[in-house]
Write a protein that binds this ligand. Structure first.
Ligand code: FAD
Length: 448
């Protein structure tokens, strides 16, 4: 009935139904298979219908029809999330926004960007660069992920060393949102009103466009630095966060990971046991940085400007791309995400003693509430759910803050706390609870 209503309302709206089972399956998935816990929970979930909107009018039309017929609607950007964020737990309609992708405006005076939600970040970067601007924060999936999906599902990434996390005030200036009601509204939300939709997995509004600050474009220099000892690499990363070198990323990788990553063309293969730092540095830093690193035991192995090297750029070896490359060779491994306590070394040592080579360390420097910190995305040999629980407890005991990638809800993947503003936004913009049902625990638990 929903398909018939949508065809009647707009015969040009791209629709996929039961006649395209493979497409329905593909567009109901993301990268949740990084988690052996999520696979059995999510692999059977399928949409019955996929609509591909290319205009805001079409989004309004689909939202209204779903609300009138009581059909769940799950928004999909590019489907690169890791926790089944865009998997329709209760079936219904998947709204594919990849075609809603125009850059509407760049204010040359303020650098404020207005862009439609389905635009891929790589494409946005290409349009901003000739105008001397860049996105502040991008995930390592920058080439393939949408800006709407990043705000609704992501948390941070390359640039987090300078700009913190997506939910930090100042990183999102406003949203254009469609509500899920029989007569849907098109709202223009300011920064404060947009905050509850930031990292809400599309459970409390359909984002059609975003207003974001941009930063000055820099031709980041990609540096690979080798160390003999893990302690040296860790100390250099820690010390770098309190220097005045202009850096956009600091990644620390332990030797077993280093030995198996696909390094960029021209980057020498690692020596046995080599630990590595990967840096994105502004050109001016290059005068002093190599000797600064050498004084701490680091040898510059490779250097090339971002966008001008062959093979994988360093961005695609960092954040969860490290996990991707490792899992390509070791599919029985998974990963964790956490913010390490300070100082980091005692926690890392304790976990190393407890878990040995079942846990391989990958660190990313970030700014959290204004202070430099190290986040960790360690690779984990899968030994079952009981062992995972034990490890989570061990991490918490040593003071780490976990962002568990083996859970479905917004809250459980964060600090575990219900955000009343997210729930209130859902009551206001999705009163029947049809948007991505099952993902907002605060809504499931709310008395209404
Ligand atoms: P999708 O997966 O399509 O959607 C994500 C969530 O947002 C879903 O809940 C969906 O319903 C919702 N959503 C999408 N569009 C809208 C909209 N317009 N309105 C409302 N809700 C919407 N994430 C990071 O934060 N940092 C990283 O560095 C990072 N690295 C990654 C590396 C790899 C190899 C992989 C597989 C994933 C990584 N991710 C990372 C996760 C993911 O790629 C990013 O968060 C990405 O930005 C998600 O964008 P997407 O378009 O694919 O969103």
């Amino acid at each position: 009935a929903l398909a018939a209503e949508l065809r009647r309302l707009d015969s040009a709206l791209p629709l996929l139904g039961a006649e395209s089972p493979l497409e329905l399956e593909r567009l109901s998935r993301d990268y949740y298979d990084y988690s052996p816990v999520l696979v059995p929970l999510l692999q059977g979930c399928r949409a019955q219908l996929v609509a591909g909107a290319t205009t805001v009018e079409q989004v309004l039309l689909v939202a209204g029809a779903c609300a009138r017929q009581g059909v769940p609607l799950t928004v999909r950007g590019a489907g690169t999330g890791n926790y089944g964020q865009c998997v329709p737990l209760q079936g219904g309609l998947v709204l594919d926004l990849s075609g809603l992708n125009q850059l509407r405006q760049l204010d040359e005076a303020t650098g404020v960007l207005e862009v439609e939600a389905g635009a891929l970040m790589g494409a946005i970067e290409k349009q901003l660069a000739p105008r001397g601007r860049a996105l502040r924060l991008v995930p390592s999936t920058v080439r393939s992920a949408s800006i709407g999906g990043f705000i609704a599902g992501g948390s941070g990434g390359i640039g987090s060393l300078r700009w913190g996390f997506l939910r930090d005030p100042g990183n999102l200036l406003g949203l254009e949102v469609v509500t899920l009601e029989p007569e849907p509204r098109l709202l223009q939300l300011d920064a404060a009103a947009s905050a509850p939709l930031n990292h809400a997995y599309g459970t409390n509004g359909i984002i059609t466009a975003l207003r974001l600050p941009t930063s000055e474009a820099v031709v980041w220099q990609q540096l690979v630095v080798g160390f003999e000892q893990w302690g040296q690499a860790l100390a250099a990363a820690q010390a770098l966060t309190s220097t005045a070198f202009e850096l956009n990323a600091i990644t620390v990788l332990e030797a077993p990971l280093v030995s198996q990553l696909p390094w960029p063309a021209g980057c020498p293969a690692p020596e046995p046991g080599e630990q590595r730092l990967m840096l994105l540095a502004a050109p001016a830093a290059l005068e002093v940085l190599p000797s600064w690193l050498a004084a701490r035991g680091g040898a510059l192995r490779w250097q090339a400007p971002q966008g001008q090297s062959r093979g994988l750029p360093l961005r695609e070896l960092s954040w969860n791309h490290t996990t991707l490359h490792w899992r390509a060779q070791h599919p029985d491994w998974t990963y964790l995400q956490m913010l390490l306590p300070q100082p980091e070394a005692p926690c890392l040592e304790r976990l190393r003693e407890q878990w040995g080579d079942d846990l391989l360390w990958h660190l990313e420097a970030v700014r959290q509430q204004g202070a430099a910190r190290l986040a960790a995305l360690p690779l984990l040999r899968w030994r079952g759910e009981e062992a995972l629980q034990q490890l989570l407890d061990d991490c918490r005991r040593c003071g780490a803050v976990l962002f568990n990638p083996h859970v479905i809800s917004v809250e459980d993947g964060g600090l575990g706390v219900i955000d009343a503003d997210q729930v209130a936004a859902k009551a206001a913009y999705d009163p029947a609870g049809l948007l991505n049902p099952g993902k907002l625990r605060g809504w499931l638990n709310s008395p209404g």
